[in-house]
Design a protein. Structure first.
Length: 64
């Protein structure tokens, strides 16, 4: 699987939520695109990742 352009190992049967939690992402402050489509937060628990997937994870940063 690729995440933000880098190859990343994938656990068997891993959900998107499990992957994000393991990577210590704050799910309230990110947007995830999987294979070119935005994944709604409500689907993070049910989306199962596959070896051929490509994820783009964007973190929102506050500031002024």
């Amino acid at each position: 699987m690729k995440v933000n352009g880098q190859a990343v190992p994938l656990e068997p049967e891993q959900t998107l939520l499990a992957f994000l939690t393991a990577g210590q992402y704050d799910c309230k402050r990110i947007a995830v695109e999987r294979n070119g489509a935005i994944v709604p937060r409500t689907e993070y628990e049910t989306v199962r990742l596959a070896d051929g997937d490509t994820l783009e994870i964007v973190q929102f940063v506050g500031g002024g």
